[in-house]
Design a protein around this ligand. Sequence first.
Ligand code: ZN
Ligand code: ZN
Length: 255
Amino acid sequence: MLIDSHAHLEMPDFRKDLEEVIRRARESGVEYIFTVGTEKKDWKRAIEIAQSHPFIYAILGVHPHNAKEIDDHTYETLKGLCQNERVRAFGEIGLDFYRNLSPREMQLNRFREQIALARELGLPIVAHDREAHQETLEVLKSEKAEAVGGIIHCFSGDYEMARECMDMGFYISVPGSITYKNAEPFREIVRKLPLEFLLVETDAPFLTPVPFRGKRNEPGYVRYTAEKVAEIKKVSMDKVAEVTTENALRIFKVS
Ligand SMILES: [Zn+2]
Ligand SMILES: [Zn+2]
């Protein structure tokens, strides 16, 4: 039993064959999938998918790429949608200083505001951090994200950052890129981190693990990421599946 803690099933990439994708995930042992609606046009679709599959839950928020689209109504809309019991976390929110699709200062402000909103809603946060490690830590601290905790998804910081995040009640989510040839520094970090703070994710349709790199990613492939974690940490696949599943169920309050 595995959990894909982060996928984007509402994206157009899955429009044609979503049910097939979900069926394949179940066949490869994926017990739950958490689908992340990152912008206004995706939120309702994420909830619909969650409502029509008892093993799928939704996560809603505004991605840093879309920070510039936030207007006077955005947070009210999100507040309303997050009352739905299928919504189990707030995100993905954060900072992307790699692509900079929204201005940095705006990303910082929207990140702060959305942490406050997550706290108000009592939902754990799913944070996105790309090339903004120091700033991400600073904002999580200054906005007291510790009050709700959450997940640093697609973790790409160093060991010290991981430790600081864990101290604030955050879990570290490992994506498929851990299987890539050039990911040795990341594997070294994961080797040192306690399994009790790790999750696995696909970020499907992105970041497809080996041996399917280059193709569209899908939740069933989370198995390859979990296998790599088992290999790195020299524990059984069953152990990785068991502990990462417990971690995800705890953070998302699924029993
Ligand atoms: Zn992300
Ligand atoms: Zn994502």
